[in-house]
Design a protein around this ligand. Sequence first.
Ligand code: AFP
Length: 277
Amino acid sequence: MKEIIKAVEKIAIEISELLKYGDFSYAKSSNSTGDTQLKLDILSDEIIENRLKKLSNIKAIISEEKESILEINSNADYIIAYDPLDGSSLVDVNFAVGSIFGIYKGSLDARSLVGAIYVVYGPRLEMVVCDDSVRLFRLNRDNEFKFIKNLELKDRGKINATGGTQKGWSDSHRAMIKSLFDDGYRLRYSGAMVSDLHQVLLKGGGLFSYPATPDAPNGKLRVAFEVLPFAYIYEKAGGATTDGVNDSLLDIKIEKTHQTTPCYFGSKFEIDRVKNG
Ligand code: AFP
């Protein structure tokens, strides 16, 4: 695990440099989910692949930008599923974006997650590492990640980060979102999952939702690379998650590498509200 964290630190610094000075135009290709790829998506994926390939404890890697699993060491333990550059369509407007890593031991299964890490490329470079606890690190002037604090969600927050095409929301979803606003919750939504979930986590709680809609019947966010790593982090931070059906997002079975799901992450109070309508 330590080796993986060190590799992610190096990856974060490299991608951060790429974001500052790299070309943010589109490539001619698209990824498995059909998203048009930016050159930055492809280069970030290469940076991560090259770093992770050097580790002897990595069995395989799975990237949002790759069609299939890349086997590395058949006898090793860890499978890393990652989104190299989440929110990349916001790089042109200079919003904070991120990288997400799910660390699975043995098999690509939610209950095999042993850790998750995400990086936020904002005005500062931050990294949240979760194994048994959830810890925030920040890059200092000497290019070292320094521990800042442990992160915990309160039982109830104030933020309502609502995704998905609103005209496609179900009546029950619309009513639940409205009831939170009626209770004084504030809208915070940038369109980059990493930044939006980072905000809810650092401000102590609230709700991030991306429901099923007719234009995205299984939601938009990808289970293996985005949803499960964040579900792991939120639940370890004392929060809760659901897909609207299961008690926890960690109950979802991964059937396809690029599978998506509706998802809700938050403090316990807001997730109870989602579950109870
Ligand atoms: P991009 O990586 O294409 O910018 O997509 C970002 C993302 O996967 C996730 O980070 C956001 O939460 C979500 O899409 C935003 O989707 P909407 O634009 O439909 O709100």
